[in-house]
Design a protein. Structure first.
Length: 62
């Protein structure tokens, strides 16, 4: 589903757990495997997803 009123900020921050830049074709939100979607690792914010609990993954289409 493509929204036509997304903010045009070209400075989307890429998190370590992201496989691709958000907004690209084949990109989808996925549960962060490092923290299992909790956004936290122990008492720290999960570095892979930045505490969001989700990462941007590539959903390859053949
Ligand atoms: Zn995480």
């Amino acid at each position: 589903m493509i929204s036509d009123n997304q903010p045009a900020d070209g400075a989307q921050k890429l998190l370590p757990g992201d496989e691709t830049a958000p907004g690209t074709k084949q990109a989808a939100e996925g549960i962060c495997p490092a923290c299992a979607g909790t956004g936290r690792l122990g008492r720290q914010t999960c570095p892979d997803c930045g505490g969001t609990g989700t990462i941007t993954v590539i959903v390859g289409d053949a």
